[in-house]
Design a binder for this molecule. Structure first.
Ligand SMILES: [Fe+2]
Ligand SMILES: [Fe+2]
Length: 328
């Protein structure tokens, strides 16, 4: 506060009026001035104190507001942190159970693979028993079936079929005549021309073969082959007269391999034809008896020497081949 302020304050202070009849005591003026001054100073101090109090109240209020806001935000952050922790725990739990589920799935898949491998082995054992019975009954040679299988695999491979399918066509092909177990011996081994009735009994081996091979997925291709290996591309085959691509691919392949091998093998009623003569019959049957595209592939295999190689390898692997009859 400046000196001027103090002076103004003293001059404006109103104290009790002096009685004009009473003589003024000496120094009364000075005293009054001092009193005015004291009152003004007190007023100013009060005003100042009031302003400071108000300012302080404002600052306090603002700080309180900030503090409340800060506390609210802190509370919210704590909540969020708790929530984030819970999410993280949930996520970790989910990942854990996902990992456990995956491990369980991998274990199940491994068991499935083992079971499937065992089933495959059982199936292949079943095939060998069936074939043993069929070959004894039909006097078919084991080498005939081995060559048919190798020819079928070579054709399928040349056609670019996947390895699994090539293998399936191969093992399924050896069952093409299993239905002959039910064919009476006198018809099966007859060397004279078959009557119509006898021929209809022969045709039955396709249907019997399909039935004997049950319903398992493992024998699905084998069933198709057993049923359709005497069907013809032109629809004049048996037992159903299917034609073209109505006949399964596997059966169309087996049909060529089976006829070629029957022609080029020695039988009790005929000598073995040369590979060239056998191949001519196959080529002549293209588009009539056989699928022309498969015939083309088969001829190409012959030209590459593959058929001869297969025949030699099979002969070398089983020298005690028996003679028999097949492909009636
Ligand atoms: Fe047959
Ligand atoms: Fe055969």
């Amino acid at each position: 506060m400046s000196d001027d302020d103090i002076k103004n304050m003293v001059e404006t202070v109103d104290v009790s009026p002096r009685d004009p009849d009473v003589p003024e005591a000496p120094g009364a003026d000075v005293f009054r001035q001092l009193l005015h001054q004291a009152v003004r100073v007190a007023d100013m101090a009060n005003a100042q104190a009031m302003r400071m109090a108000l300012d302080f109240a404002k600052v306090y209020e603002r700080e309180q507001g900030v503090r409340t806001l800060f506390e609210a935000q802190l509370k919210q952050m704590t909540l969020m942190e708790k929530q984030a922790t819970r999410y993280a725990e949930d996520l970790a739990g989910m990942l854990r159970s996902e990992r456990e589920r995956r491990q369980e799935l991998e274990r199940a898949l491994e068991q499935e693979r083992i079971a499937s491998e065992e089933l495959r082995r059982t199936g292949l054992q079943g095939i060998s028993h069936l074939l043993l019975a069929a070959t004894i009954k039909d006097r078919t040679t084991g080498t005939h079936l081995q060559r048919v299988r190798r020819y079928v695999e070579a054709i399928a491979e040349r056609m670019g079929l996947p390895g699994g399918l090539v293998e399936e066509f191969g093992y399924s092909s050896v069952m093409h005549d299993v239905g002959k177990i039910h064919t009476p011996d006198h018809i099966l081994q007859s060397e004279h021309h078959l009557s119509d009735d006898e021929f209809s009994v022969i045709k039955q081996h396709c249907i019997d073969g399909e039935k004997m091979l049950g319903t398992a997925r493992f024998f699905e291709t084998a069933r198709a082959i057993a049923r359709e290996h005497h069907e013809r591309w032109d629809g004049k085959g048996y037992p159903d007269g299917k034609k073209g691509e109505e006949i399964s691919l596997a059966a169309r392949i087996v049909s060529i391999a089976d006829v070629f091998d029957a022609l080029t093998s020695k039988r009790p009623y005929k000598d073995a034809w040369s590979a060239e003569a056998g191949l001519k019959v196959i080529e002549a049957g293209a588009g009539e008896r056989f699928d022309p595209e498969i015939v083309a592939g088969f001829v190409a295999l012959a030209k590459e020497g593959m058929l001869e190689r297969i025949s030699s390898e099979v002969a070398a692997s089983q020298p005690d081949d028996q003679l028999g009859s097949s492909a009636k």
